[in-house]
Write a protein that binds this ligand. Structure first.
Ligand code: 3PG
Length: 214
């Protein structure tokens, strides 16, 4: 079955920036999700890069109703199933494998898989996938690379992640083939460690304003 792109685009179109976070505890994730939602960023991607990630997704799914929690850095079918079981509303992968696409078939939540080269993009179109992550965005060629792909793959829309910041985000969002960007800058580790969640709410609101400001 093809990608559930409508469900995915509903989440991705709602905000210019998807916070990409790696959390050390479930309680940290809950505070972070609340602070980001207060600033207007309701969807967040919790990456499966820390031992607490699944517990954190579960906690946010049950305790923060205003947040749409997704799982990131999902590399294989086992992690896909764990992410679903924890309550993820969407799943993000830095790349694509046949096994992962099989796991996503008929799943109740959409998959945002990564792809970058023209051959990978052609393979994804064959699979019925047109909403893709582009990671690591800056290292792969960033804005110039995505700009070059746009006329060749007009049906593909990206969420670039990796090296995106307030310094370059406007240029990414101005491209015709970008639905939103992913980034960790809206949830700095130092602010989380200091319990400075007001700062995270401020950064989230600043990110939300990117779209209204054009
Ligand atoms: C990551 O690799 O953690 C995400 O892609 C976010 O990247 P960033 O920290 O460069 O925003």
């Amino acid at each position: 079955m093809a990608q559930n792109s409508e469900a995915l685009l509903t989440v991705l179109r709602a905000q210019p920036v998807m916070p990409v976070v790696a959390v050390d505890s479930a309680s940290e994730a809950v505070s972070l999700a609340r602070a980001l939602a207060k600033g207007g960023l309701k969807a967040i991607e919790i990456t499966l890069r820390t031992p607490s990630a699944l517990e954190a997704i579960r906690a946010v799914a049950s305790e923060v109703p205003e947040t749409i929690v997704g799982a990131g850095t999902v590399l294989n079918p086992r992690q896909f199933e764990q992410a679903l079981e924890a309550g993820s509303k969407f799943v993000v992968s830095p790349g694509t494998t046949v096994e992962l696409l099989d796991a996503a078939k008929d799943a109740p939540v959409p998959l945002l898989p990564g792809a970058a080269t023209p051959s990978e993009l052609m393979a994804m179109l064959e699979e019925g996938y047109s909403v893709l992550k582009f990671f690591p965005a800056e290292q792969l060629g960033g804005i110039a690379y995505l700009k070059a792909l746009a006329p060749v793959f007009p049906g593909i829309i990206f969420c670039p992640t990796g090296g995106v910041s307030m310094a370059n985000v406007r240029d990414y969002l101005a491209l015709p083939n970008i639905v939103c960007v992913g980034g960790s800058w809206v949830a700095p580790k130092a602010a989380v460690a200091a319990g400075n969640f007001d700062e995270i709410t401020r950064l989230a609101a600043e990110a939300v304003a990117l779209r209204s400001a054009g």
